[in-house]
Structure formats: C-alpha cells, structure tokens
Design a protein around this ligand. Sequence first.
Ligand SMILES: O=P(O)(O)OC[C@H]1O[C@H](OP(=O)(O)OP(=O)(O)O)[C@H](O)[C@@H]1O
Ligand SMILES: NC(=O)CC[C@H](N)C(=O)O
Ligand code: SF4
Ligand SMILES: [Mg+2]
Length: 483
Amino acid sequence: MTLTTNPFDDDKLREECGVFGIWGADNAASFVALGLHALQHRGQEAAGITTFDGRHFHSHRAMGHVAGNFDRDDIIRKLAGRAGIGHVRYSTTGETALRNVQPLFAELAEGGFAVAHNGNLSNAMKVRRTLNRRGSIFQSTSDTEVIIHLVATSARSGTLDRLTDALKQVEGAYSLVVLTDEGLVACRDPLGIRPLVMGKLGEATIFASETVALDVIGANFIRDVEPGELILVNDSGIRSFRPFQQVEPRPCIFEHVYFSRPDSIAEGISVYEVRKNIGAELSRESPIDADYVVPVPDSGVPAAIGFSQASGIPFELGIIRSHYVGRTFIQPSQDVRHMGVKLKHNANSALVDGKSIVLIDDSIVRGTTSVKIVQMMRDAGAREVHMRIASPPTRHSCFYGVDTPERAKLLAAQMNVDQMRDYINADSLAFISIEGLYRALGQERNNALPQRCDACFTGAYPTTLTDVADKERAASLSLVASR
Ligand SMILES: O=P(O)(O)OC[C@H]1O[C@H](OP(=O)(O)OP(=O)(O)O)[C@H](O)[C@@H]1O
Ligand SMILES: NC(=O)CC[C@H](N)C(=O)O
Ligand code: SF4
Ligand SMILES: [Mg+2]
C-alpha cells in the first residue's frame, strides 16, 4: 500500500459547491457576487454568475476565486438585471475546466434556462448515455448538464413541470437555483442532502447554500428550503410546490462537522455550537490528561474549544496557520518542496516545548495533515502528542457533492485506529463515535433509518448508486472476460 504524505497533495476531502440566487433587487449581480464571496469556502476552483434583465440573460464564468473575477466593475456592469444566480465550484463530476463552470445556460424552446447546482447526481452517467443515444449533444462533462437535457426533452409543458419531470429521473443530491424568464426557482432533492436556505432583503427574495451568504448582504433568514420542496419566485409572488413523493430527509451530517462555516445556522442550529458539542462529547468519550488542548486550525478550532471547556484542560494556539496559503498554491520545484511543509501550519514552539498536548482536528481523510502536524509538534519539543478527531473514521467515499478521494486512499479504509495511531506517530488517537456525533446534534441515531446521511462514516448510502453499480458490474465482467 502506498500512502502519500506530500504536503502539497491536497487530493483529500475537499469542500463542495455553493449556490446563490436573488430575485427582485436592482443590480442583482453585485448581491450575487457578495453572496458567493461568503460561500467561497465551499468551492475555490471556479465561479460564475448569470443574470436576467427581463429580456436577456447575461453570464460570466471564470476559473479561480470570486475576488479577482467578480469584484471588477466592468464585469458586474455587464451582468444587468434584477435577478441573478451564482455558483462557486469544487468539481465532483467533470474536469476543472471552463466548460463545466456553473451556472450552466441553454436556450430552450420555452426560453433561457440557467442552473447552479450543489450536489452530485449518482446516475448522471447512465442518464447521459441514454440522452446521448437519443441525440443530445453535451457541451460539458458535468453531471449538472443532464438536468438541462432532461428539461429540454421533457414531454411536459411549462418550465416547472418540465423541471419536475427532469428531476424525477435523477438520483442523488441536488440543491438547485434555476433562472428562467418565468422566475427564479429553488429546489432541494427529496432527501435534502445538501442545504439551501431562503432569505429576504426588502422586496428581494434570496436563496443560498448557507446563512452566511444572507448575513453578508444584510438579508434576513426566513427558513430552510425543505427537502423535496420547489419554490418559484417572480413578480407575482412566491409559490411553494411539493412535486416529489415524500420520504424521510437525510441531510448531510458532514456539513456540521466541516463544510459549513461556523457562523452559519444549518437546519436551525448554530454550526459553531454543534462543533463545540462534538468536542465536549469527544472529551467525555475519550478523555486524556494533557497540558493543553491545541486545535488544528482553522476547522478544528470550535471542537477544541468544546473539548477544553468540557475537560478543563486549557485551550492554547500551539499551531499558527498562514491565511495566505490557498489550495491553488503553485507547487515549487522538488528540491524546495520540503520547505513547504510549514507553509500552511507552523508550530508555536515557545508554547509547545516540553508540554503534553492533545490535538483536535475535524477529520482524517488521507492522513496527510495529521502526519505533518504530529511531527511538527514533536519537532517543537512536545513531550506527548495525543490526537482526538471530531468525526468518526472516514471509511467511505461521498457521491453527493463532496470530492472525497477513492476509498483506497482513505486512511481509515486501510487501517484500524491503532494502525492509524502508529502511522501518524501519535501517543494516542481516538475518534468520536457515530452515536456521539448524533448526540452533539441533539439526536439519538436511528440505526434502522438514520436521520441523516452519514455514509462516509457508516457506508449507509441513502440512495441507490447507479453509476457506481454500473462501473462495478462492468469491471467484474471484464475480469471474467480476461480469465
Ligand atoms: O487527512 P487529510 O487528507 O489531511 O485531510 C483532513 C484535513 O483536511 C481538512 O483540512 P484542510 O487543510 O483541507 O482545510 P482547513 O484549513 O479548512 O481545515 C480537514 O480539516 C483536516 O484537517
Ligand atoms: N461540489 C458540487 O456540488 C459540484 C456540483 C456538480 N456536481 C459539479 O461537479 O459541478
Ligand atoms: S457521504 Fe458524507 S459527506 Fe457525503 S453527503 Fe453523506 S455525510 Fe455528507
Ligand atoms: Mg483542517
């Protein structure tokens, strides 16, 4: 087995996408740009905005961050209109290239249709093959584009019915904002795997992946878009529809652990509070004697505060993070790579030297971060280095909009906890239990039908995984054929 610990190898659990939509505000594009800026943590590969001025659609899509692309007056001025949608992307299906940057747009028989999608369709390949055979010509390799072709070829009439018809043929996760000349549509898949909230700013209606995108423009949070709900907003008002068969929702539990910003309110609860609760649960489940609780910044901070408060061990910043290291950092040549180990994180040696510390991080995916940080603490003179993780071992891949590496690269899919402890060279290692994680959210896990998607920890996927099954079947057939 080869496991990489290259500090620049960031092929790990990446975040996902962020969507934003607004109807009824002058200069809608500038609000979309601000909203996307607040959602930047959800996707840093590319960003895009599409607006509608009552007659025409305008679109700008670019690789890279929101800042640098959408803080330019000339670009925002071209995006005219009182309605707009936007997207920040981390790819899950389709390569990182301009043709896959959202919103995707098409001129359909009934008018313009722009869509921004957070999530991932687990039968996109199969649907695409069928559409291809019927003559659909795809412009991108993104899963999201199948929605456009299904709408375009639907036998129903009216945008909403055609969209509903399309969505009934896809499987997986989708939180969508759609812009047509009939209005702005927001929709969440029946399981509500990915989040979507609704807000108001004066007369304008807003949809966003997280409440922080409402905060940034001074909008009020109204409510979550419900799982399986489709909302149409236009100048005649707001209408809610329930076009899908109702099922028990399964929102993503990892949003609370890592993806969402701590200042967001997700499913009506403060992400920050939940993360502190997780830390407190962790300290009760796996207590340890140490001089300091040290977070792996930034995402380990709230759980470390909770761990410290519940255990009484002082919280200290034993690792300082540079805020100038992005994931797009250009890799230096081989011979200076080792210097980069300390680019993102550096030990606060004056504090750590001679002390026993308990490190808190939100997750271990490939183990890259843990190996690096534990060694850094030892080099700084730490006497003992214990590690506590604010999520259960990540053993399975996500097929719902998070770019997890394949299973073979997940450390916890390869090793048990003792082996992982040795691998990261910690004095002790413990993960919160799945039950403890639910407790931190104020719930008891229903093992027969979990209240959430927790598949990356448990393997309990809430949908069928058509494309995965097809791939496995094809692989086993070729294995038989080669015998
Ligand atoms: O085991 P690994 O493969 O290293 O992945 C796990 C790490 O990845 C994430 O941090 P990341 O550095 O991506 O971003 P953050 O600054 O938001 O914590 C996460 O918070 C863990 O620290
Ligand atoms: N992370 C996401 O939500 C990605 C959305 C879509 N599946 C894409 O790859 O563009
Ligand atoms: S598999 Fe994990 S990351 Fe993906 S939706 Fe489910 S809980 Fe969230
Ligand atoms: Mg981290």
